[in-house]
Design a protein around this ligand. Structure first.
Ligand code: UDP
Length: 448
């Protein structure tokens, strides 16, 4: 029996980075590859395994955590410790596999871990880099890395013109560029994605050709790339789950609650795995939801719950700490997604045809909100007041606009069209489907 080609996968250990990597791994497993997901011991302890048959076929191997804890801001410490663990442990793991009957041939690694490529190449493996943010956003960081976009914090109100992109205002750029605050480390991490870009054996993007047509062509003119998205389980296989989560989901009573609601009558609200709105903003969201007079299902992570207004209850709302977002977005009762515009949430809404209220908070989300509102027109973007707060009136008004008003009909039509285009991209003959097949053929013929 022919042995399966063994591929390692190294995600950055945040939910929004793990999910697309997992889906890619699952796709490779269904095509006959042996896939091992690599992470550190401490991260593996937080991973909750979901009952997905395919994800159970992916091996997970752990690397000991770094013993020297680094100093700096919280992001710096996290990133440095992860890097130290991987740079120490990955070569040993690869060597161990070399002695086995299934040596690894290649590694798929997250774009914010560009140094992985050097380790892979030194040990004779090929390297595929996976970008988990929109190509539009990645290309902005590419410009910074190349020195063709200067970082500025001054908003003089003028348009920013970059090749193959819509005109942008300063506040449409990823927020880390104009609002660095304590996030210099994160800006560095994103700019450094391009350190080994040219040397990678494959450059994979979680997007699809029609979604970011012009900018993808521009990026491909710098170096060949493969679009492989959207990496949403429902599009690729009969599956509703990525398979692993860093958060413990609530029991699925919320699905029963959704079953009792009419079609398109519920607003789903989630700000993903990292965003931490202030107490004042949480109160505006809570009051805005009530004022919209719609049913709502709101994900408030356990550590954020104390920020809810005291004694907040609404007979029209249900609050959970974590849910299966894919199941929720696919439920016919959900009529609108109030989102922080994380790239996975955005692709999930788009692929499942759910209109959005885009309430971007930081990093790539600000640029994605611009694309949602002005380019794909699958939602509307909330405006903040002079204090940076999105008020209850703004939130309620935006929800009503999408759920009930004339503009909502147009947005729903667009959402339906993009759902169709996303499905086509990953179906037989579609651009992402062809690219994944091409990637698989090249991986299978890889010799080390
Ligand atoms: N998610 C989930 N349950 C929740 C909230 C979020 O499964 O209750 C998933 C969501 O489907 C998405 C991921 O968590 O795949 C969040 O990634 P995204 O890029 O949207 O945001 P981030 O967490 O990186 O800010």
């Amino acid at each position: 029996m022919a042995t399966k080609t063994h591929i390692l996968a190294l995600p950055f250990p945040l939910q929004g980075h793990i999910n697309p990597m997992l889906q890619l791994c699952k796709t490779l497993v269904t095509k006959g590859f042996h896939v091992t997901l690599v992470t550190t011991v401490s991260i593996s302890l937080s991973l909750q395994m979901q009952a997905s048959t395919t994800s159970n076929l992916i091996d997970i191997e752990t690397i000991p955590d770094a013993t020297n804890t680094s100093e700096g801001d919280m992001y710096q410490v996290f990133i440095n410790n992860f890097k130290a663990a991987i740079t120490q442990g990955l070569p040993q793991l690869i060597e161990k596999h070399k002695q086995s009957s299934y040596p690894a041939k290649a590694i798929v690694y997250d774009s914010v871990l560009p140094w992985t490529l050097d380790i892979a190449h030194q040990l004779g493996l090929k390297g595929a880099v996976l970008f988990t943010q929109p190509c539009t956003v990645c290309s902005i960081f590419y410009h910074i890395q190349q020195g063709t976009l200067k970082i500025t914090t001054e908003d003089d109100g003028s348009d920013i013109s970059l090749p193959a992109m819509p005109l942008l205002r300063l506040r449409d750029l990823p927020s880390l560029i104009y609002d660095k605050g304590p996030y210099t480390t994160l800006l560095g991490l994103l700019v450094d994605q391009f350190l080994t870009f040219q040397e990678a054996d494959w450059r994979l993007f979680n997007t699809f050709d029609k979604l970011e047509d012009e900018i993808l062509k521009w990026m491909a003119s710098k170096c060949p790339i493969l679009t492989i998205g959207p990496t949403i389980p429902q599009l690729h296989m009969d599956d509703n789950d990525y398979g692993l989560s860093l958060f413990k989901p609530n029991a699925e009573d919320y699905m029963k609650w959704l079953d009792t609601k009419e079609n398109s009558s519920v607003v789903y609200i989630s700000f993903g795995s990292m965003v931490t709105p202030g107490e004042e903003q949480m109160e505006e969201i809570a009051r805005g939801l009530v004022e919209s007079n719609c049913f709502f299902l709101w994900v408030v992570r356990a550590e954020e719950e104390s920020k809810l207004p005291r004694d907040f209850v609404s007979e029209k709302g249900l609050i959970v700490n974590w849910c299966s977002q894919l199941l929720v977005l696919a439920h016919p009762a959900v009529g609108c997604f109030l989102t922080h515009c994380g790239w996975n949430s955005t692709l999930e809404a788009l692929s499942l045809g759910v209109p959005t209220v885009a309430m971007a908070q930081w990093t790539d989300q600000t640029t994605t909100a611009k694309l949602i509102a002005d380019v794909w027109q699958t939602g509307i973007r909330t405006k903040a007041d002079e204090n940076g707060l999105v008020t209850r009136e703004e939130i309620a008004g935006s929800i009503r606009e999408v759920m009930q008003e004339e503009r909502g009909n147009e947005i729903r039509r667009n959402a339906k069209r993009w759902k169709q285009l996303a499905k086509e991209a990953v179906s037989e003959g579609g651009s992402s489907h062809n690219n994944i097949t091409e990637f698989e053929i090249q991986l299978s013929s890889t010799t080390t």
